[in-house]
Design a protein around this ligand. Structure first.
Ligand code: 5GP
Ligand code: ZN
Length: 135
């Protein structure tokens, strides 16, 4: 499948600031960064999201993130990073080719991830039981 935006970046058909690529993955700077150095780590094989991608492609994404994160953090002077994937429109996904955001973080940078709803021990236990029967 080479119809989607990220497939076109994988194929070098449209430009991107590529930091790294190998047989299975490509990593390039996000065009609209949350923080400097915000990078997208992408399996080359098209899958709409995490649920569709093969485990070996997701493993390769982790390997690439391990490889490139130190260089990104060193370059922008960050102390940590968030590494996550928006899976589905409900989670904020807008590009339907699996990708992970690597967002450099500085101590006290003020970026808030999300608020916690909280739950009681009973609610956690009940929900845990319901989820486990689905596995
Ligand atoms: P999502 O919300 O799907 O998880 O994130 C998609 C990300 O892709 C966004 O952060 C957005 O800025 C980035 N993006 C969208 N179009 C392009 C593009 O053409 N080039 C690059 N480098 N990033 C893009
Ligand atoms: Zn694609």
């Amino acid at each position: 499948m080479d119809f989607c935006l990220f497939c076109k970046i994988v194929a070098h058909e449209i430009p991107a600031t590529i930091l790294y690529e190998d047989d299975s993955t490509i990593a390039f700077l996000d065009i609209n960064p949350v923080k400097p150095g915000h990078t997208l780590v992408v399996p080359k094989v098209h899958g709409a999201d995490f649920r569709e991608s093969q485990v070996h492609d997701l493993t390769a994404v982790i390997e690439t993130a391990k490889k490139i994160a130190p260089a990104i953090l060193k370059t922008v002077g960050a102390q940590g990073f968030n590494f996550s994937s928006n899976v589905g429109a409900a989670a904020g996904q807008v590009i339907f080719h699996t990708h992970f955001h690597l967002i450099p973080r500085h101590n006290g940078d003020g970026l808030v991830n999300w608020p916690h709803e909280g739950a009681t021990q009973e609610e956690l236990a009940e929900l845990g039981n319901k989820i486990r029967v689905q596995l």
